[in-house]
Design a protein around this ligand. Structure first.
Ligand SMILES: C[S@@+](CC[C@H](N)C(=O)[O-])C[C@H]1O[C@@H](n2cnc3c(N)ncnc32)[C@H](O)[C@@H]1O
Length: 442
C-alpha cells in the first residue's frame, strides 16, 4: 500500500515517525518535516513499517548525508539532518522522556551544550572483523559485517590504520572469528587516540591464548606510523577473548608493543588509558560536563562519592573540592588505572574501591555530602537508589547517557530530591544519543 504523509519525529534509532489514521509508521531515511510517498511493508500490530518511495517535499532541515555507508550502518542515524535541528531534537527528546517516563511537569531544563566538532570527534573506533577479509560495521539489525571505506566521525588516520590491518590480516591469512562455530582468531579491531600526546593505542581482540606474528605486527606499526598524518601508534595490545559472548573486550591482555596505554589530558589532569577501560568518546564535551560537575560540588566539602568512576576522571576533577573523594568501580583494570592516575597527578585525597557499587555496605559508602553517579546505559541499580535515599546526601549529581533510564531513576529520586538543573550535552553528533547532566538537592 502506498501513502503520502509528513514525517513528524524520529524514533530513538533515527527512523522517521509518521502518524496516519491513528497508526504509527516507522520509516528509515525520513527526517521530521519531510513529505514523502511511503510503501507500507509490514504490520506489526502496534505499529507499521514503511519504506521511502519518493521524497515529495524535503524538510528545510534535510541535508545530504556525508558518509557513503549511511542507511546501511546504524552508527550515525541523523547525518541527513542539519546540526542545529539535531540539537533541537535532542533537547526535546530529553524533555519528552522526562515528562513521559518520570511524569515530571516542571523541568529546569537548560539549553543543550553543542559539540565544537561535529565530525571526526570520536577518540575510539571499535570495528568487527568479517568474512572474507573485511573490517567494518554490522549491517543494520544484523551480524553481517560491511567493509568500512570511510567513517567521518573518526579521524582519517583511523581509516589508514583500518585499511592496513585489513591488508595485513588478508596477506597473513589470519582466520576471522566465526561466532556460530566459535572458530577463527580475529574478532575486533580497536583504535584509541589521545589528543594530548597525539598517541594511538591499537588493539586486536583475538580468540587465541597469545597472538603470534608479533614481529610482523611490530613491523606493520613502523610502516603505518610513516603513513599517519596526525597520530603515532605507541602501543599494540591483543585482548584475549576466547568466550562465546557478545561482550567485545575481556580482562586478559597480551601487550605486543609499548606500555599498553596512551596518555590523555582532561581538564588539568593526565590519564593513562588502557584498551579495556571506559573513557567518554568525546573528550572536549566530557571536559565541559566534568567542569560543571566540579562547580556543582562547590568548595570545602568533607566527602564526595563518585559511583561508577571508571579510571577516575570525575573523581580527580572534583578532588580539589573536598577533603576526601571515594571512587567505586567494578572493572579491576579501571580501578588499577584510576589509582595510578591519582598517584601520577599527585592527588592524595582520592581512594578507589573495586566492586559493584550497589553491593557496597553502608560503612564503605560513608556519609558523602555529594553523591555523583555516572552509570552505564541501564541506569542506577535499584538497590543503590534505595541506599541513596537512605543516606540522603545533600546533593546528588547524575550524569546519564540514556534519557529513558535517567527518567526512570529520577522518578524514584524525586521522592526525596528536587531537580535543580538539567543540562543535555551533545557528546555524539550525527547520532540520536545524548548525554544529560542533572543536579538534585534535598
Ligand atoms: C558510563 S561509565 C562512566 C565512567 C566514568 N565516570 C567516566 O566518566 O569516564 C560507567 C562505568 O561504570 C562501571 N560499572 C558498570 N556497572 C557498575 C557497577 N554495578 N558498579 C560499579 N561500576 C560499574 C563501568 O565499568 C564503567 O567504567
Amino acid at each position: 500500500m502506498l501513502i503520502t504523509a509528513r514525517c513528524l519525529d524520529f524514533t530513538v534509532d533515527g527512523a522517521g515517525v509518521i502518524r496516519q489514521a491513528e497508526r504509527v509508521i516507522f520509516v528509515p531515511g525520513l527526517v521530521p518535516g519531510d513529505v514523502a510517498e511511503i510503501e507500507i511493508t509490514a504490520d506489526k500490530k502496534n505499529y507499521l513499517l514503511g519504506v521511502l518511495k519518493k521524497l515529495i517535499e524535503p524538510a528545510p532541515d534535510r541535508v545530504p548525508a556525508k558518509c557513503r555507508h549511511f542507511g546501511l550502518c546504524g552508527g550515525c542515524a541523523l547525518q541527513h539532518y542539519a546540526y542545529p535541528a539535531q540539537l533541537k531534537w535532542k533537547q526535546q527528546f530529553v524533555a519528552q522522556s522526562l515528562r513521559r517516563i518520570a511524569g515530571l511537569v516542571e523541568l529546569p531544563l537548560r539549553p543543550i551544550v553543542p559539540a565544537d566538532n561535529t565530525w571526526a570527534y570520536r577518540n575510539k573506533a571499535q570495528l568487527p572483523f568479517g568474512r572474507p577479509g573485511t573490517i567494518g560495521f554490522y549491517r543494520l539489525n544484523s551480524h553481517s559485517v560491511v567493509d568500512l571505506a570511510e567513517c567521518p566521525i573518526h579521524h582519517p588516520d583511523f581509516a589508514r590504520i583500518t585499511a592496513a590491518v585489513r591488508d595485513f590480516a588478508r596477506q597473513k591469512k589470519i582466520p576471522v572469528y566465526d561466532e556460530k562455530t566459535h572458530r577463527g582468531i580475529l574478532r575486533h579491531l580497536i583504535i584509541r587516540k589521545s589528543e594530548y600526546l597525539r598517541e594511538i593505542l591499537l588493539g586486536l581482540v583475538v580468540n587465541c591464548r597469545t597472538f603470534g606474528l608479533r614481529q610482523e605486527l611490530k613491523q606493520l606499526t613502523v610502516e603505518l606510523n610513516k603513513k599517519l598524518e596526525t597520530y603515532k601508534i605507541v602501543s599494540v595490545v591483543a585482548n584475549i577473548n576466547q568466550k562465546k559472548t557478545n561482550k567485545i573486550l575481556q580482562d586478559k591482555q597480551d601487550i605486543i608493543l609499548g606500555s599498553g596505554f596512551i596518555t590523555e589530558k582532561l581538564g588539568q589532569y593526565l590519564f593513562k588509558v588502557s584498551l579495556n577501560t571506559f573513557l567518554q568518546v568525546n573528550t572536549p564535551q566530557a571536559e565541559k560536563a566534568y567542569a560543571r560537575i566540579a562547580e556543582y560540588c562547590g568548595a570545602d566539602r568533607t566527602a564526595i562519592l563518585d559511583a561508577y568512576c571508571g579510571i577516575g576522571t570525575i573523581a580527580l576533577s572534583v578532588a580539589g573540592r573536598a577533603r576526601n573523594v571515594l571512587g567505586i568501580e567494578e572493572t579491576p583494570q579501571s580501578v588499577q588505572d584510576a589509582r595510578r592516575n591519582a598517584e601520577n597527578n599527585a592527588v592524595r585525597n582520592v581512594r578507589f574501591l573495586c566492586g559493584r557499587v550497589e553491593d557496597q555496605p553502608a560503612e564503605a559508602l560513608g556519609r558523602p555530602e555529594i553523591f555523583i553517579v555516572d552509570p552505564p546505559r541501564k541506569g542506577v541499580a535499584p538497590e543503590l537508589l534505595a541506599k541513596i535515599l537512605e543516606l540522603k546526601p545533600e546533593k546528588l549529581i547524575y550524569l546519564s547517557c540514556n534519557p529513558a533510564s535517567l527518567a526512570r531513576d529520577l522518578k524514584v529520586l524525586t521522592q526525596v530530591y528536587q531537580i535543580k538543573e538539567i543540562t543535555p550535552y551533545d557528546f555524539f553528533p550525527q547520532t540520536t544519543h545524548v548525554e544529560t547532566l542533572v543536579l538534585l538537592e534535598k
